[in-house]
Write a protein that binds this ligand. Structure first.
Ligand code: SF4
Length: 119
């Protein structure tokens, strides 16, 4: 047990922001830096073990008082299809930038409440 707590007792990035906080400085971060970073990560991972893909699904029907996530509170499920269409469009943008077909090793869904969406 002690080895597990030692292993995970390290500072790590929160997955609830995108892009992650270190990249929020718009005075130093550029589109080309983002593309270089994306291609570098792709080349390091895709052929070796495949990519881990995170999809943020930001909708919740009610607000938890402790929430620090990027979310939108709504009971309007009409947002589902436009949001999924926007994700597909974004995925197409990524695929256009990448030099070869991505191999997806893992798919992570977060939010928000991923189960807000119908199957
Ligand atoms: S994102 Fe999570 S913590 Fe925040 S309101 Fe939704 S369910 Fe609650």
């Amino acid at each position: 047990m002690r080895s597990l707590t030692d292993k995970y007792n390290v500072a790590g990035p929160r997955y609830t922001s995108y892009p992650t906080v270190p990249y929020w400085d718009t005075t130093t971060f550029t589109m080309n830096k983002w593309k270089d970073s994306l291609l570098k990560a792709f080349e390091e991972s895709n052929e070796v073990e495949g990519l881990s893909l995170y999809i943020h699904l930001p909708f919740c029907e009610s607000l938890c008082t402790f929430c620090g996530c990027h979310k939108r509170i709504t009971k309007q499920h009409s947002v589902e299809i436009p949001y999924i269409n926007a994700l597909i469009k974004e995925w197409d943008l990524y695929c256009d930038l990448l030099p070869s077909r991505p191999k997806i090793k893992e798919l992570h869904l977060g939010g928000g409440t991923p189960t807000f969406f119908s199957s």
